[in-house]
Design a protein around this ligand. Structure first.
Ligand code: HEM
Length: 154
């Protein structure tokens, strides 16, 4: 391998190892991520508001969605690079997607973590990360300057 590439590979291996060690210390690993995805989307499907919105888009391909979500959380938590998708694009054109579904998603994620998180630190890590992403998705999908006019405040 070219020396630059060798150095870069060593650098990303180091980043991965550090992330894995930090996450391992609070109980987050590939096994927990798989359990979390399985449990959370089981609850999503049973949720009266969220279930139908997900099902309408994912009928017949739930398995690949779950695999993608495991790859996504592994990439974020463990820096595995397993996920190379585009979350904003993926959420465009979902029928009946509304901003108020995001707080419901977060509430369900929080309840799921209360039930199965390996430690309080693991729960806070997942919640703060999901909260940040939910906020950013909400802005990308629904931001409307007309509703953000300071002249309208109050
Ligand atoms: C109301 C909230 C949400 C709804 C209704 C929703 C719905 C969906 C649906 C239907 C898909 C499948 C898209 C497709 O394959 O056609 C999807 C994909 C995905 N969602 Fe969400 N989602 C929500 C919130 C979130 C949040 C908060 C996160 C991150 C923490 C997230 C991360 C992802 C990712 C990473 C994918 C895979 C994207 C890809 O295909 O690469 N979603 N979501």
């Amino acid at each position: 391998m070219h020396p630059d590439l060798t150095a870069r590979a060593a650098h990303s291996a180091e980043i991965r190892a550090r992330a894995a060690a930090e996450m391992q210390a609070i109980g987050i690993d590939e096994v927990f991520i798989a359990t979390l995805v399985e449990t959370f989307y089981g609850r999503v499907r049973a949720h009266p508001e969220l279930g139908p919105v997900f099902d309408a888009r994912l009928a017949g391909r739930w398995d690949s969605h779950m695999e993608k979500m495991v790859a996504f959380w592994s990439s974020v938590a463990l820096r595995t690079g397993a996920y190379g998708g585009k979350p904003v694009q993926a959420h465009l054109g979902i029928a009946n997607m509304t901003p108020d579904l995001f707080p419901q998603w977060l509430a369900l994620f929080s309840e799921t973590l209360d039930a199965i998180a390996p430690s309080p630190a693991a729960k806070s890590w997942f919640m703060s990360t999901a909260d940040r992403i939910a906020r950013s998705l909400t802005l990308s999908l629904f931001y409307n300057p007309a509703l953000d006019d300071p002249a309208r405040a109050g």
